[in-house]
Design a protein around this ligand. Sequence first.
Ligand SMILES: Cc1ncc(C[n+]2csc(CCOP(=O)(O)OP(=O)(O)O)c2C)c(N)n1
Length: 347
Amino acid sequence: MAVSAKKAKAGARHERLGLALEDVKTMYRQMLLMRLVGERMMQLNRMGRVAFSAASDGHEAAEVGAGWAIQRGKDWCVPYYRDLGVAIVLGLSTVDEFRGVFAKATDPTSGGRQLLNQFSSVENRILSGSVNIATQFPHAVGLALAAKIKKEDHIVFVFGGEAATSPGDWHESMNFASVHKLPVVFVIENNLLAISTTFEQQMAVKNVADRAAAYAMPGLIADGMDVLDSFEKVKEAAARARAGRGPSLVELKCYRYLPHTSDDDDSKYRSKETLAYWRARDPIDKGRAYLTEQGVSAVWFDEVRASVVAEIEQAIDQAESEPDPRPEDAARHVYAEDRPLPRGTRA
Ligand SMILES: Cc1ncc(C[n+]2csc(CCOP(=O)(O)OP(=O)(O)O)c2C)c(N)n1
C-alpha cells in the first residue's frame, strides 16, 4: 500500500528503535507462539494429559519486547515462571517447552523434576530460579557484582511480577545494586494481580516504578501491552547499565488473561467486565495492527498462524512420546553422588 510505504519511510517507530520490519515480524511470531503455547498447555491440563499448567497470556508484548533488549549468549538473564516469552526470545525451542510441560526425562531444565517454566540454559545464560517469590533478585545482583569485579562487559536482567517487589529480597537487592552501581536491569511485569491479591491491596504507591526513587535509580514505565514500547524502555535501562551508570527499574504494565495457574479459579476475584476491558487491549492484536499499517498482508498473518500451530502440534507429539523420568532419579542433583560414605557407616 502506498500510504503504508510512505509511513514506513517517514521513520516508522521500529526504525527509530533500530529494528527492521523483519525484526518486528519475528517479534509478532514469538508473541503468537507464546499465546498459543499458553492456551494449548491449559487445554492439555483440562484433558488430563498434563498435571499442571501456568500460562502467560497477556504478557506477550512485555516479555518479547524486554527479551529483545538482551544480548543473547552474552548478557545473563534471571527470569521468573511467567517468562515464557523471554525464554522464547532467548532460544527456548517449542519442543523443549513441552518436554517441561509434560515433565519428561528429556526436559532440559530439570529432567522433569521442577515445575514447568523454571527456565534455564547454560548456553543462553539463563539462570534457573525458584518458585519462591523474589529469590531471583539477590542471585541476579550477585551475577552483576561478579561481572563488575571481573570487569566483564555483559549485564544482567532480572524479572519478576509486581508482588515480587514486596519481599525484603527485592528491596535489599535494589539497594545493594544501586550503592555499588551494578550493571543490572530490574524488570517488573505488573499484571495488577498476585493470584487474587490486587495491586492496590499489595502496595500504596501508584506505580511499582515509584519505588526506584528510594534507591536512587531511574524508574521507567512502559505500556507492557505494546511490544515496541516495552523494548524501548528496557533497552534504555540496558544502555545505562552497559555504560557503567548502574541499575534501573522498568515497570511493564500488562494484564494476565488466564487464571494464575490451572489450579486457580479466577472468577472468584475478577469480573468478566474487567477481563473484557483488558482483552480489548490485546498485545497481539496491537502488534498485528502495527504490522498491517506497515504494509504486511493478511496472507502473511494466516501463514504465520498456520506455521505456529503446526510447530506446536509437532512439539506436543514429540514431547509426549518421550520417556518419563525414572523414579530412582528423583533425588538426582539434590544430594552429592559418588561421595564416600562417612567412616563406620555401611552401604
Ligand atoms: C515467598 C513466596 N510467597 C508466596 C508464594 C505463593 N505465590 C506463588 S505465585 C504468587 C503471586 C505472585 O504474583 P506476581 O509476583 O505479581 O506475579 P504473577 O504471578 O502475577 O505474574 C504467590 C503469592 C511463593 N511462591 N513464594
